[in-house]
Design a protein around this ligand. Structure first.
Ligand code: AMP
Ligand code: ZN
Length: 113
């Protein structure tokens, strides 16, 4: 997707602070961190959001989730963390490329919404 910010990051057209990469997943630091650790974990294939997940493309989302424990360990999140995927307008999604926020490094608030 040529007009997708995260596809541009994947293509190297926009710089990012890489944290992890494998053949299916790229992870980088959020430019506006909400906690001491705030990493975005994205599939290398363009999927608009979790709402677009199907049996055919689910492997890209699974690959992101499988990468998260190792990233969390490397980031020192031994006492826990939070994973969030915003979906659509009411969900607060601003970038229309599936991503998982990995947030931690402090005791997070109890409120989810
Ligand atoms: P969401 O609001 O769930 O769609 O999350 C999008 C996230 O992307 C926000 O937390 C932004 O701070 C982050 N973001 C936007 N542009 C960049 C960028 N160039 N590099 C890293 N993170 C970004
Ligand atoms: Zn994209």
């Amino acid at each position: 997707m040529s007009d997708c910010l995260f596809c541009k990051i994947l293509a190297g057209e926009i710089p990012s602070a890489k944290v992890f990469e494998n053949d299916a997943v790229y992870a980088f630091r959020d430019i506006n961190p909400q906690a001491p650790v705030h990493v975005l974990v994205i599939p290398k294939t363009h999927i608009p959001s979790l709402d677009a997940l199907t049996a055919e493309n689910q492997e890209s989302a699974t690959a992101c989730l499988l990468a998260i424990p190792g990233i969390a360990k490397a980031e020192g999140l031994e006492t826990g963390y939070r994973v969030i995927s915003n979906v659509g307008e009411d969900g607060g999604q601003t970038v229309k490329h599936l991503h998982f926020h990995l947030i931690g490094g402090k005791k997070l608030g109890e409120k989810m919404a």
